[in-house]
Write a protein that binds this ligand. Structure first.
Ligand SMILES: CC(C)(COP(=O)(O)OP(=O)(O)OC[C@H]1O[C@@H](n2cnc3c(N)ncnc32)[C@H](O)[C@@H]1O)[C@@H](O)C(=O)NCCC(=O)NCCS
Ligand SMILES: Nc1ncnc2c1ncn2[C@@H]1O[C@H](COP(=O)(O)OP(=O)(O)OP(=O)(O)O)[C@@H](O)[C@H]1O
Length: 198
């Protein structure tokens, strides 16, 4: 039986950094941010629906969607964010489920399913356990500002568009803190794999 470990956390709490560790252990990852990007590529199912709703001013010169611009719009307008979610989430969920089914048929032992909005979208019911990568609010703002070149206000807007990380921690099966170095994180994840026994 495949064990599906849901992986979530707050924005910039360290999910992708955890994925890198799991990849090094040859554990397959289903990456929903990547899937969300793929369904918005020119010609893909999400593309036309997004352009129809948001207009061609969100396009780059080469007709691809300018995600930076789209992010600037939706994270400052709840109605528009809701609309983008309504367009993208069913398509993303369908692809995640297809990938899960493939791993199940291949009798893969452990698969990590990285879904930033896992609890927000009720995805935990499809997972055997959920790992939350946690971080303090202060460090989260600091890492997000640095990675995305955001002002403090921009970082806070993104953070506040998600369920509070403290709430995600309460709902988790496993919580791993990413408050130290990346080596510390990897050690904790390695201990977790022992605990799961896969
Ligand atoms: C708004 C978009 C265009 C911004 O693109 P950008 O390249 O700047 O960000 P990226 O996609 O890499 O996401 C970075 C992080 O933002 C957070 N985030 C993304 N989408 C959302 C959302 N709808 N609500 C709250 N937080 C979100 C997540 O923590 C994610 O890991 C993009 O995030 C998007 O299309 N979002 C809608 C699809 C979605 O919900 N994706 C999340 C996985 S299903
Ligand atoms: N332990 C750490 N020490 C220092 N920097 C870190 C650590 N863990 C992650 N980072 C950095 O913090 C930033 C956010 O980490 P990461 O991209 O893994 O978060 P994420 O949860 O995947 O974000 P998102 O929700 O946007 O997908 C990155 O620039 C990463 O290199």
């Amino acid at each position: 039986m495949t064990y599906f470990l849901g992986l979530t956390g707050g924005i910039a709490s360290g999910k992708s950094t955890a994925d890198e560790f799991f990849e090094k252990q040859n554990i397959p990852i289903i990456d929903s941010d990547l899937i969300a990007h793929q369904i918005m590529e020119v010609g893909q199912k999400g593309y036309q629906a997004i352009v129809n709703y948001f207009g061609s001013n969100i396009l780059n010169d080469d007709q691809t969607i300018n995600r930076h611009k789209l992010g600037g719009i939706v994270f400052n307008d709840k109605t528009k964010l809701k609309k983008l979610n309504e367009i993208t989430h069913p398509l993303v969920h369908q692809k995640i489920k297809q990938q899960m089914e493939r791993y199940r048929l291949n009798q893969e032992k452990l698969v990590v399913v990285d879904v930033p909005l896992l609890f927000e979208s009720g995805f935990e019911s499809l997972c055997d356990g959920v790992l939350v990568i946690s971080i303090s609010p202060k460090l989260q703002v600091k890492r997000l500002m640095k990675r995305n070149n955001f002002t403090k206000e921009e970082a806070l807007v993104r953070i506040n568009n998600q369920m509070p990380l403290s709430e995600k921690e309460k709902r988790a099966t496993y919580v791993v803190a990413n408050t130290g170095t990346i080596d510390d994180l990897e050690k904790r994840l390695s201990d977790l794999l022992q605990k799961i026994g896969r």
